[in-house]
Design a protein around this ligand. Structure first.
Ligand code: EPU
Length: 351
């Protein structure tokens, strides 16, 4: 549903042909864009889309570039989303409504909500990327998905330049999935997200790794959101590589969900398999465990590698290309399918 357009002075910053994208994708792949433009507000975006330089070009939206595998130079226009701003838009007896610009760094935003006394996002601390990317793959970690806190998403339709507002139901969130990843893919640029943070806070500390970390800190049950935040940060730092040090896109595969019948026969052969029963009777498997069991943890293919502490994360050891990563991913998928009969689905988009 269209909403009124913002009216700032349209003055997007354009970058010369061959703009390097290395700093704009968390794998750190050294590829270039034919044209790039920095988007600081909605008017910039509309102006950029109408600009003669953009006509006939494919567009690629990059926030933090945390969910993309760039295999080659991009022969089109890259929109570098840099919309800033965080504010409480509304408050009622039950919740705060907080809006953040799509270009805001996700972790900094989570930290800001806590410092402002509005808990609720602490389980999602330290996830790389931007606020605008969060709804696309419905980021989730340690027992929480952003869908559970999302009130609405504002976006501009690329074809018409029309601003649209999506409520949480319109976003059709699923496990690492949303409308923006499917039917809405390449059709919208998210410009801001509004979160609903309930005032009745309760710790969400049941996830095994998190519960263990809190117990080690002498804080079982967690008394405040800051405890959860600190513990999540510690767990992530221990297991997951920092993209600024070792290029990666977080989990490279989704945890596969299989039907009960397939699980029943699999578990007979593989009694130690890590699994999570789903509400619909199906069973989610830990892809990291499957990959680990196939002996892939820590293995390399040229400069691409499987992270040595979490087999679900593929890394660029320096100088890898997107195709190196895809070749490694293909070898892993082959082995997991051969041993377990389970297909792994790639999480990041490859281009
Ligand atoms: N495991 C292994 N070997 C490995 C990795 C995992 O045996 O190399 C086992 C673990 O011991 C554990 C199970 O697999 O029993 C699950 O591992 P973990 O708790 O690390 O979580 P995950 O299922 O591998 C998911 C998300 C992560 C998120 C964590 C914590 C997906 C695809 N990944 O990983 O999200 O941080 O849970 O909630 O759902 C991301 O999406 O980029 C991401 C990092």
């Amino acid at each position: 549903m269209p909403v009124s357009a913002a009216s700032a002075d349209p003055s997007p910053v354009w970058f010369a042909a061959g703009y390097p994208l290395r700093a704009h994708n968390t794998f750190g792949f050294d590829v270039r864009a034919r044209l790039a433009c920095r988007i600081e507000n909605e008017a910039d975006l509309v102006a950029a889309l109408r600009d003669p330089r953009a006509q006939g070009l494919r567009t690629l939206v990059l926030g933090g570039g945390s969910n993309v595998v760039l295999t080659r130079d991009f022969d089109g226009l890259v929109l570098l989303v840099a919309l800033a701003g965080k504010r409480v838009t509304r408050e009622d007896d039950d919740a705060w409504y907080v809006e953040a610009g799509a270009g805001e760094n996700w972790h900094d935003f989570v930290a800001w909500t806590l410092e402002a006394g509005m808990p609720g996002l602490e389980n999602l601390a330290l996830i790389p990327g931007t606020v605008g990317a969060a709804p696309i793959q419905n980021i989730g970690a340690y027992g929480l998905e952003m869908a559970e806190r999302c009130a609405s998403v504002r976006a501009i339709e690329l074809e018409s330049g029309t601003p649209c507002e999506f409520d949480a139901a319109d976003c059709r969130f699923g496990y690492r999935d949303s409308f923006f990843k499917r039917e809405g893919r390449d059709r919208f640029v998210i410009t801001s997200v509004t979160f609903r943070l309930p005032k009745a806070w309760q710790p969400n500390a049941g996830y095994a790794d998190l519960a263990r970390e809190l117990a080690q800190r002498g804080l079982p049950g967690a008394q405040c959101a800051r405890d959860v935040f600190d513990a999540v940060v510690a767990v992530r730092r221990a297991k997951l590589p920092d993209p600024l040090v070792l290029g990666n896109a977080g989990s490279f595969f989704k945890n596969p969900v299989i039907d009960a019948l397939q699980f029943d026969s699999l578990v007979v052969r593989e009694p130690r398999i890590v699994s999570y029963p789903q509400a619909d009777g199906r069973v989610k498997l830990a892809a990291g465990w499957l990959i680990d069991q196939c002996g892939w943890k820590g293995r390399t293919l040229r400069a691409a590698a499987v992270h040595e502490r979490q087999a679900l994360v593929l890394v660029n050891r320096g100088g890898a290309t997107g195709n190196d990563i895809l070749e490694l991913a293909q070898a892993i998928r082959h082995d997991v399918l051969a041993r377990f009969g389970v297909e792994l689905e790639q999480e990041p988009v490859s281009l």
